[in-house]
Design a protein around this ligand. Sequence first.
Ligand code: UDP
Ligand code: MG
Length: 318
Amino acid sequence: MKRITVIIPFLNEEPVIEKMYERLKQLAEECPDYRFDFLFVNDGSEDQSLRIILKLRNYDQRVSIVDLSRNYGKEIAMLAGFDHAKGDAAVVIDSDLQQPPELIKEMIEWWEKGYEDVYAIRKERKGESFIKKWTSACYYRILQKASRTNIYANAGDFRLLDRKAVDALKMIREHERYTKGLYGWIGFKKKELYYDADERAGGTTKWRFSSLFNLAMNGITSYTTLPLKITTIIGGVVSLAAFIYMMIVLVQTLLLGADVSGYPSLMIGILFLGGLQLISLGIIGEYLGRVFNETKRRPLYFVDTYYDSESPETSKPI
Ligand code: UDP
Ligand code: MG
């Protein structure tokens, strides 16, 4: 019997986590040909959600839990899930029921047809402002062009990955992870499915603007050095313009005897160049910051306790 591990990273999902489990349980009943296990990754929740799952574990031996030592963010929580997944395939799904677990059935069908990465694309983004949709569309277009990896705007982390793809993702130990890009980078045979995203079943979104901004920056700095090239080009263009301007001023003063106009052009030049220099320094800094973080070679996460489904009595610390 083929085994499928469902990875559910969660952070403070007390209102929804049990509903999530119920839906997964139902799904497992509808697919009797597969052996399911549910791997919940607790990403430093401060509410009762971990306790709820621990209780479920008393009745259901398919439930295992990786309890991380603190909040590491969803990207790392997913990696912890991949590291502990034992199935022939792994499915990543959010804990808030925005993604319909029933779609997993269809994913499995495609997996059986030989696809190694079956991912779900949101048809429509409900409840999001026009500005958010537009900025996100622009962002993905730029990222895709610049990185030459396929990163799909509305394809999130809801996907089924074959063991081969899971092992590949496990080998990539980047700190500032941008998993959305990694799926494209590792390759393998892909298939897309479409779904209607639902509203959150309860609780609130865990994303703040700052974390979205950081993720967006990570996306760019981990897949392309194009910003560095652009600053070089801008530097070249500005120098050329300055040279031409110098020639014009020289001709004007030496041949035509015009007064050198001073203050305004001077200020514009200084401020413009100063701004450009700060931006380029910032861009270099972003990359340098990444290099700094990677060179520390710290482990990506620590596990507080690993509650393994195969040894229900003992909880084995890692
Ligand atoms: N999540 C997590 N760690 C975090 C932030 C989020 O494990 O630091 C989980 C969260 O519990 C949920 C999933 O990631 O299961 C997606 O988060 P959310 O629904 O808040 O994001 P959105 O759907 O609004 O993009
Ligand atoms: Mg959500």
